[in-house]
Design a protein around this ligand. Structure first.
Ligand code: URA
Ligand code: CA
Length: 434
């Protein structure tokens, strides 16, 4: 077999076999096939696409390129959740303890933030001494004992995806649905979950700006999961504005605690209940998502979800006093209010711009090795559709550097649009695909 022939075949719009795809991926990981041939192939895929079978083969080739994690020592059906990335997406901090409180084992491997999107692992590290790098053994033991563990990615998971993703990043081949779908699903499958709930975001802060693209991406990932024996569902959700009010590491931990107390923002609470209900349903514990949702509502209201978060923090060495005293979390020196210059209705809070403002404050990283600040961020005071008076606070900047106040205020102000007309309500949950 020759890489040339495989590139040529795809360029001509023909279907690749499992052997051909596997040859390409193995050769690439082993440095036998050079970057330039994979680049040409990725561009051919970008233009010609891949069918469901090819996409599934690509996914499995990448999943098998490194460690395949075996979660079978954990009792019960393991259901994972994955978000395609957003701004102020505090979901996992709430969802992991919430679903665990309902008796579903949560063995969660999460990422760090990159670019304008935050990462769960960074947020958890805003809690003093919280250890996100448990050994594989401790990870499994914790899930068996406490029902939940959240760690960063360890070991050699999907090296093919790491290499191919970096290549796509510099060859204008990121936004290809089969390539995105196989990239995400290869990591989830290698991570060992029996079931996968995907949160596919659309809007200004997301990869997919339109419902049609999101639907196709969601459908492709659900088909891959089901084809390889992992029960998979996707929920298409709004990322036209940040989720909840808090954007920033410690601020989002506070928001998660409030949400687990049943006092969280409406959108974050709703998203967690919807994703969680689908996780319970896939785990086979409930006959319907409606029933599952009722159970989760009860876990929020009776304090057991919050209690599970406390257990999780203690189990991973963190300071659980933050549950009762969230003010123990790091607080930025400066809190600067951004006030509205005019009266009207909020017609946009551009999620990408808010995310970039948070980066400017130091909450995120531009490269993998950047240090990030735990205490800085943005607290929104208004959301899409809200009425606002002139002089009313739109948001508060939390920062520790006097020199960037004006720049940060300007950037944040530009993420808001205010109009005279009342806005039509936008859905948070667009569709569920299974
Ligand atoms: N997230 C991923 O993990 N891979 C992609 O290709 C796009 C988003
Ligand atoms: Ca948030």
């Amino acid at each position: 077999m020759r890489a040339y022939d495989i590139i040529y075949k795809k360029r001509e719009g023909k279907k690749l076999s499992e052997e051909e795809i596997s040859f390409l991926i193995k050769g690439y990981v082993n440095n036998e096939i050079p970057d330039y041939q994979l680049s040409a192939w990725a561009m051919a895929v970008f233009f010609q696409g891949m069918d469901a079978e090819e996409t599934a083969h690509l996914t499995m080739s990448m999943a098998r390129s490194g460690d395949m994690i075996d979660l079978s020592p954990i009792k019960g059906v393991k259901v994972d959740k994955h978000s395609t990335g957003g701004v102020g997406d505090t979901t996992t901090l709430v969802l992991a303890p919430l679903v665990a409180a309902a008796g579903i084992p949560v063995a969660k491997m999460s990422g760090r933030g990159l670019g304008h999107t935050g990462g769960t692992i960074d947020k958890l590290e805003a809690i003093s001494n919280f250890n996100t790098s448990l050994s594989r053994e401790d990870f499994i033991n914790n899930v068996n004992q406490y029902g939940v563990a959240v760690v960063g990615q360890t070991g050699n998971l999907t090296p093919a995806d790491k290499k191919l993703y970096s290549l796509r990043d510099v060859t204008a081949t990121v936004d290809s649905i089969p390539l995105i779908a196989s990239s995400i699903m290869s990591k989830k499958i290698a991570g060992g979950a029996d079931g996968i709930v995907l949160d596919v975001k659309i809007g200004s802060g997301a990869f997919m700006k339109e419902i049609s693209g999101a639907r196709e991406l969601a459908r492709t990932m659900v088909d891959i999961g089901n084809e390889v024996g992992r029960k998979t569902r996707a929920v298409i959700t709004d990322m036209n504005q940040p989720l909840g009010f808090a954007v920033g590491n410690a601020l989002e931990v506070k928001e998660a605690i409030a949400t687990l107390q049943g006092k969280g923002p409406a959108d974050l609470t709703e998203l967690c209940l919807t994703l969680g209900a689908n996780m319970l349903y896939l785990a086979g514990n409930e006959q319907s998502t409606e029933k599952a949702r009722t159970i989760l509502e009860k876990k929020l209201n009776d304090g057991s979800a919050l209690n599970k978060f406390k257990e999780l923090i203690i189990a991973q060495g963190g300071d659980a006093a933050v549950i009762d005293n969230p003010e123990l979390l790091a607080t930025a020196d400066l809190q600067i209010e951004l006030k509205s210059e005019k009266a009207g209705y909020i017609s946009e809070i551009n999620a990408l711009e808010v995310g970039l403002t948070a980066m400017l404050l130091g909450a995120g990283r531009e490269t993998k090795d950047d240090n990030i600040k735990m205490d800085v961020g943005i607290m929104l005071n208004k959301k899409y559709g809200d009425q606002v008076k002139a002089g009313e606070v739109l948001a508060t900047l939390h920062l520790d550097n006097n020199e960037i106040v004006d720049q940060a205020k300007e950037r944040l102000r530009n993420s808001f649009s205010i109009t005279d007309e009342k806005q039509v309500k936008r859905p948070l949950i667009y569709e569920i695909i299974d």
